[in-house]
Design a protein around this ligand. Structure first.
Ligand SMILES: [Zn+2]
Ligand SMILES: [Zn+2]
Length: 338
């Protein structure tokens, strides 16, 4: 995503009562001043909000350099160069020469979220053809945890017990879910929760779910269930970034380092029932190709648009973004890695 810095100076029209008439009394002047002061205060906090931008990959890399040079250099290399298959006019395939695949990398998180989302949607479409039920979004939360690892273990264990419960089996035909982590700098701990897309058979009300969840967690009972009207939006809600860059930057060094060192192998999503086996293709073997409809084309083949011969070029990140702008063809250019 290209971030443009936006500065906006909106002038709020004065209300009729605030417009000073000829020869205003002292009172009216005072009123206008107060109004003006309030407006200025409001617009100042607004401009502060505008400047509080989402931390970029460069911000994260800079911070990482101070705690782990090795991880910083991997993050820096990730998506810094791209291999592009082109005829000179049309861009057909494009993929980074290196991906770090870290949980906290904005590039890899975006790519992963898209891939996971597409697979989940396909599975839902397939299942809904033969299975009846209501598609719902179920969120299970845990009390805040001091460490990410500890909290995640506890949530996974609780969920394992939860799905073994009779009430779970009675109401839920299938589920797919992913974990999300937020950080609270005030209390210096993690809020870990699980977003699930479920295919609900029998109606299950929120307070019963809450009771069942408290049964397995011992201390956590905050749950949310709502029907999904739009499957695409529901899937997006579940398959999003597991961690916001802003949260990452708000952590003290020890927590930040814990996130950085988290094992890639830690399963970040769950599936079962009629949604069993919704998963990412093996992470390491995953093709980074982002124009999947041309996945089989290679150097030497003819361009399907102009029949000229295709060749590979290597470009850097900035050139890559420019390339997509120049070649923007609806339905063809799907770039999610900038
Ligand atoms: Zn990465
Ligand atoms: Zn062409």
């Amino acid at each position: 995503m290209i971030q443009l810095s936006v500065s906006r100076h909106e002038s709020k029209p004065l209300k009729k009562s605030e417009i000073p008439l000829a020869a205003p009394s002292l009172d009216t002047v005072q009123q206008v001043d107060n109004g003006e002061r309030e407006f200025r205060r409001a617009s100042q906090s607004k401009s502060e909000r505008w400047t509080a931008r989402t931390p970029t990959k460069r911000d994260i890399t800079r911070r990482l350099e101070r705690v782990s040079a090795e991880d910083a250099s991997r993050l820096k290399q990730c998506c810094s160069a791209f291999r592009v298959l082109t005829c000179g006019e049309h861009t057909l395939r494009s993929y980074p020469t290196f991906r770090c695949k870290k949980l906290f990398c904005p590039d890899c998180a975006a790519e992963r979220a898209t891939r996971l989302g597409n697979q989940t949607e396909a599975k839902i479409r397939e299942v809904m053809k033969t299975t009846n039920g209501r598609l719902c979004l179920l969120t299970l939360t845990m009390k805040n945890a001091a460490t990410l690892g500890g909290g995640l273990v506890k949530l996974k264990k609780s969920f394992a017990n939860f799905k073994r419960k009779k009430v779970f089996k009675k109401h839920i035909k299938g589920y797919f879910g992913a974990f999300e982590y937020t950080f609270n700098p005030k209390t210096n701990d993690f809020h870990i929760h699980l977003h699930l897309i479920i295919l609900r058979g029998k109606f299950w009300n929120q307070s019963d779910i809450s009771d069942a969840w408290r049964d397995v967690t011992g201390d956590s009972f905050v749950v949310d269930i709502r029907e999904i009207k739009n499957a695409h939006k529901g899937v997006k809600e579940v398959c999003k970034y597991p961690m916001k860059p802003a949260d990452l930057m708000a952590m003290p060094d020890d927590k930040f380092l814990e996130v950085v060192k988290m094992k890639k192998g830690a399963r970040m999503f769950v599936s079962g029932g009629c949604f069993y086996n919704v998963k990412l293709d093996d992470d390491d073997a995953a093709d980074d190709n982002i124009f999947s409809q041309f996945a089989e084309l290679t150097e030497g083949d003819a361009c399907p648009f102009c029949k000229q011969e295709l060749f590979d070029v290597f470009v850097n990140r900035a050139q890559h973004i420019g390339l997509h702008e120049l070649n923007a063809m609806p339905g063809v250019v799907k770039n999610n890695s900038s």
